[in-house]
Design a protein around this ligand. Structure first.
Ligand code: NAI
Length: 705
């Protein structure tokens, strides 16, 4: 018998407690599953028992899921299917035990952990933010393989089941109760007591499979062949619209769930196992799994040897797009914020931007009304520096102008208390230069949020040559407390993410100047998996900001960053993008159609290039710039770049990351392609690609595994 599960008896009830030694979490490794199997087999011989209650001894974790390292190692389809069958066999036995069973869910109950709970007759969940319930397998490019595609929809109904599995949504205990996934929600401390009463009250009663469905239409959708076919088709269509078919796991999961809904358990489990085997060996799944490990690593990365200070109070300078978002973020983590701008109109719009974020969270039931009210009340607007002397941290988000920022930093550094940290949200200006006139440049740092602040998961922490390690440690710590992933970047023009992103925007503009339509370019980039095309992104950022940053990079990084005449003309025409309703596209509400006037600015038109060439030029430019960032120690390694570009610029996760994708390209072929590009585009323009050619010629890889 292993040591991860404790079996005890009290009167006629059995208790099984997961407590994996030397681990903060319970994970269903093969040995743990075997141990569980043994116990269930022994309990199967005990018809005298009146019930089994399964719990976890780990605080805030029930079972985190299957062992992802084992999933990563599977390279053969039949091994994948076999792995699923092994788990299914254990859970089938659990389901068939001769007495009622119950899972006591005290925290995260994910993937294989939830599938275990679903094989029980009943489930009770503990109240609290740590209790998250769901099947997030499609995020790893696979589908639930231990019976989840069958047992979850049978509790929630097909529609909800499809939604939950395909979107990998994690539910709060209350939402899980509404969805029919759990049978009750109680205080975590009372789980065992309430579980015993519950199972005693139910007596011999076992799980009921058919979920209650309200209304005739829902009944028709859930219980008829045609209804289920309609639901499957709608789900696939919306998955396709959201992912452009780039995430096959979600599509296959939808199909398997819908077919399994009306199948015998045996046939359904086999269908699920085979689908798991098919998906688990794909490159997409391998990329998503390696990204999972990378992001777990960055959640804990110790960037500097220093202890962080606590940020209890914060001040924000500028109540614009970013200032309003930053103030909202701090307030949502119960940190009071003083927000300063130059007039009440600006402050009003900053406050209403913050309110809009709270309203959205309320609508999606992410927070309660009281939390929104308390959060908003923590943001206090001001036209002067009153309150700034109490702030532990000031975040500046005013206009992107070095001279203005220098003068404001110099002024603020004389108002704040000694030891306060001054952070700039600048998009590209070096922090050392911003700090030059301050009283203590060691307290100045970059804290680069991405737009929209509440949604983007990355923060770049920019460390100047003078920034103290303690300040960096504090920014890393506060970023994590705000729910973000920080990467620490060396002070330089454009830092990491914007520097790379701008190169791809400049390349798109060059392709446009060569005569390729901007709609074609955007579509090619979208089809590759980017969240938006280059011109759509420029419209979102605003041509004023985008042009300015690109121009500053050209001035300071050199000719390879050349901003072409079209961008300049569009900027000068004040077609600034979404904020003014007109840019490369005409914007009306959420609608967008191409601005045909752009074509009047072009000297060359109607050049047709294959999508693959458009994408290659964009990606190769970013790769070439990444080579330089690594050479210049802007970042430490390939992982920094991949986390930055996925979390900060939306580089498609299923490709594993910019540099992981770059490493899949055959070096000799890449060098040949680049040489061909060089012949076509001329020496000056090719300078932007040259670092990648040298890198490829030397046969180098970004990851040294
Ligand atoms: P914005 O133009 O929306 O807002 C700037 C605000 O600062 C305005 O309300 C202005 O009245 C105020 N302001 C100007 N001087 C001030 C002063 N001395 N004291 C207090 N308030 C002052 O600009 P946005 O877009 O919010 O950008 C702010 C900073 O954040 C810039 O450095 C920008 O490069 C950076 N950033 C912008 C992103 C974006 O997507 N917009 C993304 C990441 C960084």
């Amino acid at each position: 018998m292993g040591q991860s599960i404790k079996l005890t008896f009290e009167n006629d009830l059995a208790f099984l407690e997961f407590d994996q030694p030397d681990s903060k979490v319970n994970v269903l490794t093969t040995p743990v599953l075997q141990e569980f199997h043994e116990i269930i087999r022994s309990l199967n011989q005990r018809p005298d028992l009146k019930g089994l209650l399964i719990s976890s001894a780990k605080p805030d974790i029930f079972i985190a899921g299957a062992d992802i390292k084992e999933i990563e190692r599977i390279t053969l389809e039949q091994d994948g299917a076999e792995k699923a069958r092994a788990g299914q066999q254990v859970y089938n036995l659990l389901e068939k035990l001769p007495f009622p069973t119950m899972a006591l869910i005290n925290g995260a109950c994910l993937g294989g952990g939830l599938e275990l709970a679903l094989a029980c007759d009943w489930r009770l969940a503990g109240f609290g933010e740590k209790t998250k319930i769901g099947l997030p397998e499609v995020n790893l490019g696979v589908l639930p393989g231990f019976g989840g595609t069958i047992r979850l929809p049978r509790l929630t109904g097909l529609q909800k089941g499809l939604e939950l599995i395909v979107s990998a949504k994690l539910l709060s205990p209350e939402a899980a109760l509404r969805a029919g996934l759990v049978d009750g929600v109680v205080s975590v401390k009372l789980l065992r007591e309430e579980g015993i009463s519950f199972i005693r009250a139910k007596g011999k009663k076992r799980k009921k499979f058919k979920p209650p469905v309200k209304g005739l239409l829902n009944l028709l959708l859930d219980r008829t062949f045609i209804g289920r076919a309609i639901m499957l088709s709608l789900t696939k269509r919306s998955v396709f619209a959201a992912t452009r078919g780039q995430y096959p796991a979600a599509l296959l999961a939808a199909e398997v769930i819908a077919k399994n809904y009306a199948s015998s358990l045996k046939a359904a489990l086999e269908r699920e196992a085979k689908a798991f085997g098919r998906l688990v060996i794909t490159d997409i799944s391998k990329n998503l799994v390696s990204l999972f490990f990378l992001s777990e690593k960055y959640k804990k990365e110790k960037w500097v040897e220093a202890s962080p200070a606590t940020v209890k109070k914060c001040a924000v300078l500028g109540a614009g797009v970013m200032g309003g978002g930053i103030a909202q973020l701090f307030s949502s983590y119960r940190i009071p914020v003083r927000m300063k701008d130059v007039n009440w109109t600006a402050l009003g719009s900053g406050l209403s931007a913050a309110k809009k974020v709270y309203d959205g969270a309320l609508k999606r039931r992410k927070i309660k009304p009281a939390q929104a009210m308390t959060g908003l009340a923590l943001i206090s607007p001001t036209l002067d520096y009153s309150g700034f002397a109490n702030a532990d941290l000031v975040v500046e988000a005013i206009v992107e102008d070095l001279a203005v920022k220098q003068s404001v930093f110099s002024e603020v550094s004389r108002i704040v208390k000694p030891g306060a940290i001054l952070a700039s949200n600048t998009s590209c200006l070096p922090i050392g230069a911003i700090a030059s006139g301050t009283k203590d440049p060691s307290r100045v740092v970059g804290l680069h949020f991405f737009n929209p602040v509440h949604r983007m998961p990355l923060i770049e922490v920019i460390r100047s040559s003078q920034t103290s390690p303690e300040v960096v440690a504090t920014m890393v710590d506060i970023s994590r407390k705000l729910g973000k992933t920080p990467i620490v970047v060396k002070d330089s023009w454009g830092f990491l993410v914007n520097r790379l992103l701008i190169t791809s925007l400049l390349e798109a503009a060059d392709l446009l100047a060569e005569g390729v339509s901007f709609e074609t370019i955007d579509k090619a980039l979208l089809d590759f998996g980017l969240p938006m095309g280059a011109f759509w992104l420029l419209d979102e950022i605003g041509l004023d900001v985008g042009y300015k940053v690109a121009h500053l990079l050209e001035e300071n990084l050199g000719k390879r960053m050349k901003v072409n005449a079209i961008l300049k003309q569009v900027y000068e025409k004040k077609w600034l993008g979404k904020k003014v309703g007109k840019g490369f596209y005409l914007h009306k509400g959420k609608e967008r159609k191409p601005n045909q006037e752009i074509y009047q600015l072009l000297q060359k038109k109607n050049l047709t290039l294959p999508d693959s060439e458009i994408v290659k030029r964009s990606i190769y430019r970013m790769l070439a710039e990444a080579v330089l960032c690594l050479d210049e120690n802007v970042v430490r390694n390939a992982g920094d770049v991949d986390i930055g570009m996925i979390m900060g610029a939306g580089f498609p996760p299923f490709r594993g990351g910019l540099l992981r994708f770059g490493d899949t390209l055959d070096r000799a072929k890449l060098a040949n392609e680049l040489r061909a590009l060089s012949d076509k585009m001329g020496a000056e323009k090719f300078e932007a690609f040259r670092p990648l050619l040298e890198f490829a010629k030397a046969g180098k890889k970004f990851y040294q595994e």
